[in-house]
Design a protein around this ligand. Structure first.
Ligand code: KIV
Ligand code: ZN
Length: 387
């Protein structure tokens, strides 16, 4: 029986921390409404104490959507008070409070000790819980924390009332099998672990964010923290579209989300446009080249049967169609296909002659578009058969 993975979207908090990507409250509300339609379970709407703008965004998003709304805090009284106030209108409010859990953070960020950090964490969770909202605890830099201490911390915050415990790989340090083992260790060593949902929040510094997230889910985590297009601090966060499509493609994992995958491309474009942050062309799922085929061998195989080279139907993620890009690496099959779309039906010798001219032009122009093909047809000294 397939188990549900909660999708916690932090595009508007961790994603919006990207320099130059700040959004107005109105823009955030537009994105939040779309995220709700997409099917995310919780929207992390901001860090209310950080600025009046972030406070207002949490207030307005709380009014605008029915899905869960989350506000980030440090484990400080004033942060938690302000977050609770900002979440007043939320139908399902959540405070996301936490503190560093690795010795590096404990010593070099807080100049503190494990004992004091544990005490502060327990206090923050109890204090947030008394506000009558859901409480998620983050053990910052859990990817580098001492495992025994991490297990102690997780047990203590669950005892204090945490509904969800986030085990972030804040610095994107972990390898997938080791991150998976961390989650497994917690399930084996934290007595009360089944009283909370374990959440995975991975950064992409080594390009492992999605792999680590999936490893965490395969080892028992039931919430994934993600952003649209994988935007976020430094090299970014785990991308929502990748996690949703990994779980949809690998049904054998027996995990599913409520994401309406046909909306993924629309959301990607919306976030990219509003944040003025282009999506890299080779980005999985939503990049301009994700369903584009340009080499002759691939084009030929794709035209025979799209499953030869596509594991996802583009319509499943809202991309209108796959595309065949004509370059000097393309073969006759792709050229013929494109000519047919333009209304020509070249026979073998017509195609041979056109193909020779096509290669010369493609070497010069890199990419051949329909206008170039029309030019080639009109300049071929044969009459190309038309439909
Ligand atoms: O990466 C991280 O550890 C975070 C926490 C604030 C959850 O973003
Ligand atoms: Zn983060």
């Amino acid at each position: 029986m397939s188990q549900k993975i909660e999708i916690f979207d932090t595009t508007l908090r961790d994603g919006e921390q990207v320099p130059g990507c700040q959004l107005s409250t109105d823009e955030k509300v537009v994105i939040a409404r779309k995220l709700e339609q997409l099917g995310v379970d919780v929207i992390e709407a901001g860090f209310p104490i950080s600025s009046p703008g972030d406070f207002l965004s949490v207030v307005e998003i709380s009014k605008a959507v029915n899905t869960g709304v989350c506000a980030l805090t440090r484990s400080k009284k004033e942060d938690i008070d302000v977050a609770a106030e900002a979440l007043h209108h939320a139908k399902r409010g959540r405070i996301h409070t936490g503190i560093g859990s690795s010795d590096i953070h404990i010593k070099h960020k807080f100049n503190s000790t494990r004992e004091k950090v544990l005490e502060q964490a327990v206090w923050a969770v109890s204090y947030a819980k008394a506000k009558g909202v859901e409480v998620e605890f983050f053990a910052e830099d859990a990817g580098r924390a001492d495992l025994e201490f991490l297990a102690q911390l997780v047990e203590a915050v669950i005892k204090a009332g945490a509904d969800v415990v986030n085990v972030p790989d804040t610095t994107g340090y972990c390898l997938p099998h080791l991150y998976g083992k961390r989650i497994q260790y917690l399930f084996e060593n934290v007595k009360n672990i089944n009283k909370a949902i374990i959440s995975v929040h991975c950064h992409n510094d080594l390009g492992m964010a999605t792999a680590n997230t999936i490893a965490g889910l395969m080892n028992g985590a039931r919430q994934a923290e993600v952003t649209i297009n994988g935007i976020g601090e430094r090299a970014g966060n785990t991308s929502l579209e990748e996690v949703a499509m990994v779980l949809k493609t690998h049904k054998d994992l027996n995990l599913h989300t409520n994401i309406k995958s046909e909306m993924l491309y629309e959301l990607s474009t919306l976030v990219s446009d509003m944040m003025r942050m282009p999506v890299q062309p080779n980005k999985a799922i939503v990049g301009a080249n994700a369903f584009a085929h340009s080499s002759g061998i691939h084009q030929d195989g794709f035209l025979k049967n799209s499953e030869n080279y596509e594991i996802i139907n583009p319509a499943d993620v809202g991309v209108p169609s796959s595309s065949i890009i004509l370059t000097a690496r393309s073969g006759r099959a792709a050229l013929k296909h494109r000519l047919e779309l333009l209304g020509y039906q070249p026979n073998k010798s017509e195609l041979d002659q056109l193909y020779g001219n096509f290669l010369v032009l493609a070497d010069e122009k890199k990419t051949i578009v329909d206008e170039d093909l029309m030019f080639l047809v009109s300049n071929t000294p044969i009459l190309v058969t038309q439909k």
